[in-house]
Design a protein around this ligand. Structure first.
Ligand SMILES: Cc1ncc(COP(=O)(O)O)c(C=O)c1O
Length: 445
């Protein structure tokens, strides 16, 4: 793309999560087409999408059946709210299908347009739930270090990443933060299993310090994504569940990345024996084809809204809650996930990915490798005084037409669940060769 064309691409459009100055100078990479695990840019370059775009395009690009479902819905009924007494069939049907996918009694869905709106909804729904149950002081939240929950003010406050707080204050009051369950880099300086899950016990200590009568909910990604694919140890979420139950605190799982098959189970939390009271989803539910997200609530929470009687109105929701076109895309996505058995495929391919990535440990700069299903991180040690190694590896991979992401000390992979084995191997091989070229180590895999 010419410099002039690159410049005009960013003349009016704001591109986030990057330097506006850099984008204004060198322009964004404009994607124009996608098919399966591949995308093409406006210069005709083809890239292997090793990140499912933004952890979301899990059934791959260019699925005709999703396009047809969306078109049919627009032709039939382009919009209907799920507010003020109205509803639509796609919204009802998708809520029913999601309730069949989610564990336990998570049977009641409030739709949104994405992850941040969903976590914002968690804040308001948890507070109204406790108020209706006669505990109006239960308004605070406990969240993890390095968590990512979105970039609206409430969700960004629940987020535990400094760059989302710095310069954006004041944040939402009433959020306590505890160490994440990261055995490879324990913030408490302990080792698993001798630690006896001290990081989970921090939750209990925090509840006791602040007072259970002040706390609405504990929120966590079952496996942190942006934070570097942090897989908690066995027993962690069970211990959290037990603490939340004993202290009457809602347990909320943010499954925006981990939901709908990404980890080789339907939901990330299903790798543990625990069922949350609220589950947040987005990304994978529509495979990123249209904006869609939501919160699943337990029957106990939902009953509080119904028990409140006719004089109570749930004053929370969005114009696009349950947009029929978005829900049609969600239904078509679930059809593909089920028909192609993509949840099990993620489990099977996840083993292949894990063993390939394991080889990379032989590179001197690789500090750790973590994966579960088809989400993975390779943690790198950037030499003192050098620029970020993960960013160099990401850029070098992009030169090889492979899209991966740099996130903190990690490069992160999250390929579509339908990726071919050969393409999965190519992802690992490329990281290997790029690491070798960057560090002078030999190629390993
Ligand atoms: C775990 C998690 N929660 C919430 C969000 C925010 O979702 P959105 O960008 O759709 O608002 C993200 C986005 O990456 C996420 O990874």
């Amino acid at each position: 793309m010419s410099v002039a064309k690159r410049h005009s691409a960013s003349a009016h459009l704001i591109h986030a999560f990057d330097s506006p100055a850099r984008i204004a100078k060198s322009g964004p990479r404009t994607l124009v087409r996608g098919k399966g695990a591949y995308v093409w840019d406006s210069d005709g370059n083809r890239y292997l999408d090793g990140l499912s775009s933004l952890w979301n395009v899990s059934v791959g690009h260019g699925r005709v059946e999703i396009a047809q479902a969306v078109e049919a819905q627009i032709r039939t009924l382009s919009y209907a709210p799920t507010l003020l007494g109205f509803s639509s069939e796609p919204a009802q049907e998708l809520a029913r299908r999601i309730a069949a996918w989610t564990p336990g009694s998570l049977d009641h869905v409030l739709f949104t347009s994405g992850g941040s709106e969903s976590n914002e909804s968690v804040i308001r729904l948890a507070r109204i739930y406790w108020k209706l149950r006669g505990h109006s002081d239960k308004t605070q939240f406990i969240a993890l270090t390095e968590a990512y929950h979105g970039s609206t003010t409430g969700a960004a406050t629940l987020t535990g990443l400094e760059k989302f707080h710095r310069d954006f204050g004041p944040l939402m009051p009433g959020v306590e933060r505890i160490a994440r369950p990261h055995c490879g880099g324990c913030e408490l300086g302990l080792r698993h299993p001798e630690c006896m899950l001290a990081c989970a016990d921090l939750l209990e200590q925090t509840i006791e310090r602040v007072g259970a009568d002040q706390i609405a909910a504990f929120i966590a990604e079952p496996i942190q994504g942006v934070g570097g694919v942090i897989v908690p140890p066995p027993g962690y979420h069970e211990r959290v569940r037990d603490i939340c139950t004993r202290h009457d605190i809602l347990m909320v799982c943010d499954e925006v990345i981990t939901g709908f098959g990404r980890t080789g189970k339907r939901f990330g939390i299903e790798h543990w024996d625990a069922v949350p009271d609220m589950m947040v989803f987005a990304k994978g539910i529509s495979s990123g084809y249209v904006p869609l997200g939501g919160v699943s609530l337990s029957t106990e929470i939902y009953d509080a809204f119904v028990d409140a009687g006719h004089d109570f109105a749930l004053s929370h929701g969005f114009t696009y809650s349950g947009h029929p076109v978005a829900c049609a895309a969600g239904l078509a996505t679930l059809d593909i996930l089920e028909r192609e058995d993509l949840v099990n495929r993620a489990a099977v391919l996840g083993k292949r990915l894990a063993s390939g990535l394991d080889q990379l440990r032989k590179h001197s700069v690789v500090r750790d490798v973590r994966s579960i299903g088809l989400m993975a991180a390779v943690e790198l040690a950037t030499p003192e005084g050098s620029s970020s190694l993960p960013e160099s590896i990401r850029d070098a991979a992009l030169e090889q037409k492979i899209i991966i992401r740099a996130s903190g000390d990690n490069v992160v992979l999250c390929p579509p669940l339908m990726i071919e084995e050969s393409d999965l191997d190519r992802l690992v091989d490329t990281i290997d060769s790029v690491l070798a070229a960057t560090t002078g180590d030999p190629v390993i895999v």
